[in-house]
Design a protein around this ligand. Structure first.
Ligand SMILES: NC(=O)c1ccc[n+]([C@@H]2O[C@H](COP(=O)([O-])OP(=O)(O)OC[C@H]3O[C@@H](n4cnc5c(N)ncnc54)[C@H](OP(=O)(O)O)[C@@H]3O)[C@@H](O)[C@H]2O)c1
Length: 295
């Protein structure tokens, strides 16, 4: 199968490496070309349209709505370049409104669209262990399955509407951010009371909350280790903003999401936007008069 992957950031680069090792023919494009040139086993295209022109499946792994809009709808964008019948799987975390717009635009061009955001950080991407959450027409999802298999351990089908996978991904990230904020506040509390934070972490992660989320994010907060970012805090803020838009659209109140937006915004204002979003731990510690890790 001929696959194009556009976007070689923290997630796209390891995904591209896995695709390059597979039996598929891979073409890549990245705004900063040097990242594409550094990849072995792939053809480097000069524009999104050129990358999409010879592809059966186009994967995009770009930062946010603005990036996806530029790469898809731009003059030499994916929409203009993709053959009729080819499928575009947008794997970024984007807004439900943009996912709907992509679905309609590809349909108007005789192309297929799958919303396909992922769970898993760059280390999981490197091992091909992402989870894809997909929504779209069943034939479009089937057309992308071989490409998903090369980068992920499984595909969860959320429904047939373009925004459904997007909303499922946002809801999941809202739960992750809520857990991180809860840990951030709890670890700051125990420190203020002179309790050994390593003991607290061990007790929570190995007994009450046995899950990689509490183990890994709790460990980062306990150690004050927020760099290098696996998932940049600015991307986390973007996701909570999209979550709030989805909540508005559906009249589904999410008061915690408003708190998370403010906590993440506070971190950005303090200059910690490029840190991992576990740096919510640094915000809680600083608010409690302490200091966790260096920025
Ligand atoms: N990191 C994670 O743990 C994780 C996990 C699950 C989902 N996600 C989601 O996956 C997506 C990618 O995340 P990431 O961590 O890989 O982000 P990243 O490291 O910041 O990479 C962003 C990519 O988007 C490109 N880009 C940004 N603005 C652009 C524009 N205006 N035009 C063209 N290209 C543009 C960048 O190109 P340049 O190289 O030129 O800057 C880069 O290839 C995001 O939607 C994120 O929310 C991330």
């Amino acid at each position: 199968m001929r696959i194009a992957l556009l976007g070689l950031g923290s997630m796209g680069a390891p995904m591209a490496a896995n695709l390059a090792r597979s039996d598929h023919d891979l073409t890549v494009w990245n705004r900063t070309r040097s990242k594409a040139d550094a990849l072995d086993g792939a053809v480097v295209a000069g524009s999104p349209a050129e990358a999409a022109a010879s592809a059966d499946v186009v994967l995009t792994m770009l930062s946010d709505d603005a990036a996806v809009e530029a790469v898809v709808f731009g003059g030499d964008g994916v929409l203009a370049g993709m053959p009729r019948g080819a499928a575009h799987a947008s794997m970024s975390t984007i807004s439900p409104a943009l996912s709907r717009r992509l679905g309609a635009a590809h349909r108007d061009h005789g192309q297929r669209y799958v919303a396909a955001p992922v769970f898993g950080r760059p280390d999981a991407a490197a091992k091909g262990l992402l989870w894809v959450v997909a929504s779209g027409a069943p034939d479009a999802i089937d057309a992308c399955r071989a490409a998903f298999d090369a980068v992920a351990q499984g595909v969860i089908v959320a429904g047939s509407e373009p925004e459904q996978a997007t909303v499922m991904k946002l809801a999941g990230n809202f739960m992750l951010a809520s857990a991180i904020e809860a840990m951030a506040e709890a670890y700051a509390l125990v420190r203020r009371h002179g309790i050994d934070s390593a003991l607290f972490h061990e007790t929570m992660a190995s007994r009450l909350f046995r899950s990689p989320i509490y183990e890994n994010y709790g460990g980062m907060i306990e150690a004050g280790r927020f760099e290098p970012a696996g998932f940049a805090l600015t991307h986390g803020l973007k996701d909570i903003r999209y979550t709030l838009r989805a909540s508005d659209e559906a009249d589904a109140p999410m008061p915690f999401a408003g708190v998370l937006r403010d906590r993440l915004t506070s971190a950005v204002a303090r200059g910690w936007g490029a840190s991992d979003w576990a740096a919510l731990g640094r915000v809680a510690a600083a608010d409690a008069g302490g200091d966790v890790g260096s920025s």
